[in-house]
Design a protein around this ligand. Structure first.
Ligand SMILES: CCCCCCCCCCCCCCC(=O)SCCNC(=O)CCNC(=O)[C@H](O)C(C)(C)COP(=O)(O)OP(=O)(O)OC[C@H]1O[C@@H](n2cnc3c(N)ncnc32)[C@H](O)[C@@H]1OP(=O)(O)O
Ligand SMILES: CCCCCCCC/C=C\CCCCCCCC(=O)OC[C@@H](O)COP(=O)(O)O
Length: 315
């Protein structure tokens, strides 16, 4: 480059290009969040993707932060309290109002098995709303391999089963029943999603029998819980996630004392029927507003009737 007095020199030309590039980069950096914000406001799909990404990031972040503290205690159901506390704020972030009905039905002195419908991973938000102390979920083994999430689940005493290895899964369930029955172990409850997989919408899949074998083997009651359909505010198929209201209905417990394995098919069917009825009633009313407290279970023996409450959560 030749230099001319008062003209452009090679170095000043390079400097000018650099300035221009920097200016463009700065604009880009400023415009990107603005564009993302605009997209978030305009596109419900983008909003859904952001909210789901945040859900997963929150879980990974909490698992990473809390696992070292949980590790001090070792593998213990007491760590479920940490897991629960870390997931409770999620409903506020998403503007989900939780209504719980019949929560007093969970205050039993002894062990019991909870069975709950499974629509989406969002069920975790409902689960932590009502899960009693010393209660662990049964989860698919794949969760164990999700890095710190798996570690957090293991430390919290979550019971893992390999769904496609029936004999191994039955073995895990039998050992769990043994632990529930053992007198020297303080009360242990187990939460099962008996559909065995997620099932979005207003219906339920037929139930797998493991939860019912577990209750019969341990001779403990079954407490069915129904979470109202998310259709109003959430759909993974339509990529829609807005704020909304969710009702959690705890149904009367079903006793299993005196039942044997041959009673399991009938027991499974009657619990499915009772839960399907409650789900249908919730679907008909706006957000499960209809009072389903008077639900009677065919198999229900000795459950306190008509004592239901409706608690709007302030947790
Ligand atoms: C800090 C932040 C960290 C946050 C971390 C995030 C937290 C995550 C935790 C949340 C966990 C939620 C996870 C949800 C899930 O993973 S759902 C998926 C796992 N759950 C299930 O699969 C449900 C349990 N499954 C079963 O119970 C099944 O019954 C199973 C044992 C797996 C067998 O299934 P399958 O073979 O497909 O079918 P059936 O149930 O129809 O059974 C077939 C025959 O076997 C007999 N059977 C079943 N179980 C038993 C048993 N325990 N004992 C004896 N016999 C059994 C059953 O009766 C059938 O025989 P018959 O037809 O009656 O002759
Ligand atoms: C080193 C590896 C790092 C991996 C990091 C992975 C990050 C994973 C991010 C978030 C994990 C969120 C876990 C939420 C678990 C929700 C429970 C759930 O809903 O499981 C589904 C199961 O019921 C049924 O599964 P399917 O419907 O049969 O499918």
């Amino acid at each position: 480059f030749q230099e001319f007095p008062g003209g452009w020199s090679g170095s000043s030309l390079r400097g000018g290009t650099m300035d221009l590039l920097l200016l463009l980069l700065l604009h880009g950096l400023l415009l990107l969040p603005l564009a993302a914000l605009l997209l978030y406001r305009c596109s419900s799909t983008f909003q859904y993707l952001c909210k789901m990404a945040f859900f997963n990031c929150w879980i990974v972040a909490m698992a990473t932060l809390l696992s070292p503290f949980a590790a001090f205690r070792g593998r213990s159901v007491e760590n479920m309290k940490l897991l629960r506390a870390s997931l409770l704020p999620l409903k506020r972030f998403y503007g989900i109002r939780m209504r719980v009905r019949g929560s007093e039905r969970l205050q039993l002195p002894g062990p019991f098995v909870i069975v709950c419908n499974h629509q989406a991973s969002l069920d975790l938000i409902g689960m932590v709303e009502v899960i009693p102390d010393r209660c662990v979920p049964i989860a698919k083994r794949e969760l164990l391999y999700l890095g710190t999430v798996g570690w957090a689940c293991w430390l919290s005493g979550i019971i893992f089963i390999e769904r496609h290895r029936r004999d191994a899964a039955i073995g895990v369930i039998s050992r769990t029943a043994g632990t529930m029955r053992r007198e020297n172990v303080s009360r242990l409850c187990v939460w099962v999603f008996p559909e065995g997989t997620r099932n979005p919408g207003r219906s339920m899949l037929p139930f797998k029998r493991g939860a019912f074998h577990l209750a019969v083997q341990a001779q403990v009651p079954i407490v069915p819980i129904v979470i109202s359909p998310y259709c109003d505010f959430f759909s993974s198929k339509e990529k829609r996630f807005t704020s909304g209201t969710c009702t959690i209905q705890v149904l009367p417990r079903v006793e299993t004392r005196g039942l044997s394995p041959k009673d399991v098919p009938k027991l499974t069917e009657s619990v499915w029927q009772a839960m399907a009825k409650a789900l249908a009633e919730m679907s008909m009313s706006d957000h499960g507003d209809q009072d389903t407290e008077q639900l009677q279970l065919g198999e229900d023996r000795g459950s306190p009737q008509g004592q239901g409450d409706t608690a709007e959560s302030s947790k």
